[in-house]
Design a protein. Sequence first.
Length: 234
Amino acid sequence: MDSSGWAVGSRLGAVLIAVIVGLVGYAVWTFPSEFSGLSDHAIAELQHAGTSNPVTAVLLNYRSYDTLLEMAVLLLAVLAAWALVGGGVNEVCLVSEVSNPVLRGFVRVMTPLSILVSAHLLWLGDHAPGGAFQAGAILASAGVVLFMAGIDWSHKLPAWLERVLLTIGLFAFTGVGIVLMLTGRSFLEYPPATAKWLILMIEVFCGVSIAAALVSVFLGGRLRSRQTVLKKGS
């Protein structure tokens, strides 16, 4: 394409962007100042949502399709990280010395506490701020800190288990929806009597997948069979 073609394309792109910005601006400007949104409707249906926390109800019930797609996007991010390193394993530089007993001891104490905090956040999401994404982030931070302290746990992780951890959240989410369809309901239309436990199960599996995905993306490749390079000093 010559320079004149690029110029025309740039002008058309600028016009399109201006139209979109104008439409969005107009929508915001004309939005009713007293409009309460859908919060009243969301709270009114909590008794059927399987949770008393409106945020959890929105994420895993009212708009569960969106959260399911978010899990798919997270898995695609991991696959993209693998593709960037050629599907193999990257080397990772650990921050601290292996011979640092204070740091290693501290990490060994904090790791079980991090797992407990992660489990607590999962359970807390039923009635207070918490849930799978927060729990997964805490769990992932424990795995990352172990690496940074010179403790390589990845060599104990089989290839099949790594794939299970990364995909179990998406598969569990989709599987629940399919089972509900087989029982005559719509996709992800939870029965009120079992909605709480179905949501909790989905949160547990999604939390594990989120943690595995975050650690994998942070390390820039696969979790298992990683050759670590120790960097003395921080």
